[in-house]
Design a protein around this ligand. Sequence first.
Ligand code: SAM
Length: 302
Amino acid sequence: MNGIIFRKDGTAQGVAKQRLIESLAKPNERVINDPYADRFVLGASLIKFLGHKLNVWLAQKLVPGFHEHLISRTRFIDDLIEKNAASEFEQYVILGAGYDCRAHRLELPSSLRIFEVDQSEVQARKRSKLPEELPNAENITYVAIDFTDQSISEQLLDAGFDQSKSTVFTLEGVSQYITKEAFRSTIKDVATLAQKTNSIVFVSYANELLNKVPEACFGAGYPSAEKRARLITYGSEKVGEPWMSFYTAEEMESVLWQYGYSIVESVTLKDLNSQYFAPVGRTIPENQLLQLEHFVIAKSKK
Ligand SMILES: C[S@@+](CC[C@H](N)C(=O)[O-])C[C@H]1O[C@@H](n2cnc3c(N)ncnc32)[C@H](O)[C@@H]1O
């Protein structure tokens, strides 16, 4: 497969692009660092040439806060994995991993077994772009799947998932791209896989308000909120991956609860502003804040 963009990886590239932009910031000014992101992004050389500040400025002109939203999502999960994985978990399943390289970027214990799950074409391109020598490569198993019509439990068990081992599952930036039915059956499979032991699930989901009352998802004074909301969903649709599923907080809580998970944390960019951006001198002003997605951590009720 060559490096040409193909229909299935538009949004995976989009997120990798923001990680690349963030990684260009000085070490004491950045929120995350992904030294592999440039490998997956079309036009990476130009992005590098423009540098962090100009790219962030351009992103702000288009949709203020969008870059920070994606970066805070990645950082939030990085923290969850680094803080909990080392002490608590034996397996990590990255559902819809795309071009995320958390498995290689973070300092993870060598005992942590990692499964990356995504569409086969995306995985093939990812693997063709990664260097041969990679930290932690021996601990990763790639599992190809389409959430729409395949069961993750069957595929993961075939790939060596161990049901007696404690596991953390993350679904980062995926729930809006799959049907509610596919999401529900994925969570059901997660619960089945983890029924004998402790598990944690991270899910990001798009707030239903974005469709119904877009202004409610943006900070006070945010410019043309409705237009920007449309721009975000239009961008995804244009690369062939429309946002099709939106949730209320109650709906998400109810799906997770039904399959044995209770929410222990639910945050948005607004909550993470002081935690991630203030310390590096980049506090996001109220009129650039958006609450596009909620980031949820749920624990098994055992
Ligand atoms: C927005 S990207 C996020 C990727 C990654 N989690 C990240 O944050 O960089 C969405 C990912 O979901 C995957 N995806 C979307 N629909 C899928 C499906 N039906 N089956 C499997 N993976 C899917 C895409 O291939 C893509 O990698």
